[in-house]
Design a protein around this ligand. Structure first.
Ligand SMILES: Cc1cc2nc3c(=O)[nH]c(=O)nc-3n(C[C@H](O)[C@H](O)[C@H](O)COP(=O)(O)OP(=O)(O)OC[C@H]3O[C@@H](n4cnc5c(N)ncnc54)[C@H](O)[C@@H]3O)c2cc1C
Length: 284
């Protein structure tokens, strides 16, 4: 289908883009790989598109924390060595799992988190990594903890007149490693279930863990029961079932609700297992 008519202009700066968002009919466009399909289906009908693609928000700065500009592509994230070096392998693995090479080259991490698609890969890695979403608005910049950012299907804590400017990843303690496991829709690459685990291992036991789950329900979530089991050295998949029980789980023709509950727990268990093996020096 052809989108409804819209005006188009390029933002000249972050402040210019933020100012343009004062128009409630305006929307920013980054890679366009989520917005344009929605416009073609007329699920989105912005009056004006503000193209932020030329703004200096692309790139990965590896310092005390890893700061990823919002326009960084999934492909660039997937290839960045900084994540594996910091024990944040899951972040790069989430990016590598996105769609196909064309989608990974055009789609951006900022667009992905701002869009808030409950079936996207990135939230699992961001939750496991305890990332912060840096946003720019009329009053300046602020940061939102990932646990407070995703609020429902296509609904985030981002204000109407705010832009995602960067994602900030704190570096975990020495002895940490992470892994992302998913089962994908073979046609689109979207995860039917995805889980990322970040563990810290010291003295042969897990001393810290965070687990993020995506694709299962309307809001990506932390698997806190599975985290407690991981710390206790108990079976993770059994505990993960309790995390899924509290969720309003998607059911569709590929995975009905009951099967998705089962497979989500299995995938969470696999992510934890692989993260622990990595932290203990395995090459998985
Ligand atoms: C065929 C296909 C397969 C795909 N498969 C997957 C997959 O397997 N896994 C997955 O996770 N995703 C998948 N995607 C989605 C892809 O990752 C998108 O690129 C991404 O979700 C959105 O990034 P974008 O830069 O294209 O955003 P756009 O489409 O430009 O924008 C999306 C939304 O975010 C807003 N926005 C964009 N940037 C910002 C910003 N910096 N600040 C505030 N708001 C902003 C826009 O206004 C719009 O509402 C797929 C897409 C396609 C077309």
């Amino acid at each position: 289908m052809i989108p409804a008519q819209f005006a188009y202009r390029r933002a000249t700066s972050v402040a210019d883009a933020v100012a343009a968002l004062a128009d409630p009919d305006a929307k920013v466009i980054a890679g366009g790989h989520s917005l344009v399909p929605m416009m073609k289906l007329r699920l989105a009908r912005p009056g004006t598109l503000i193209d932020i693609g030329g703004l200096p928000l692309r790139g990965i700065a590896d310092g005390a924390e890893i700061v990823v500009g919002s326009l960084t592509s999934h492909a660039d994230l997937a290839q960045a060595a900084a994540f594996a070096a910091a024990g944040l392998q899951a972040v790069a693995e989430c990016a590598a799992a996105v769609g196909d090479v064309q989608v990974r080259n055009a789609g951006t991490i900022g667009g992905s988190v701002a869009h808030g698609d409950p079936a996207s890969d990135a939230p699992a890695g961001l939750i496991a990594a305890d990332a912060r979403i840096r946003v720019a608005g009329a009053a300046g910049e602020r940061e939102i903890a990932v646990d407070a950012f995703f609020q429902g299907p296509f609904w985030t804590a981002l204000g109407e007149q705010e832009l995602v400017s960067a994602i900030v990843f704190p570096k975990p303690a020495a002895g940490s490693a992470s892994a992302y496991e998913s089962i994908e829709d073979p046609a689109s690459g979207y995860p039917l279930v995805g889980a990322a685990a970040l563990v810290t291992v010291a003295g042969g036991r897990v001393t810290a863990v965070r687990i993020g789950v995506t694709g299962v329900s309307g809001t990506p979530f932390r698997a806190t029961n599975a985290e407690a089991a991981t710390l206790a050295g108990a079976p993770v998949a059994d505990a993960a079932r309790l995390d899924i029980t509290g969720q309003d789980v998607f059911g569709d023709t590929r995975f009905d609700e009951e099967y998705r509950r089962h497979i989500a727990a299995v995938v969470i268990g696999r992510a934890v297992e692989r993260a622990i093996a990595r932290a203990q020096g395995g090459s998985q």
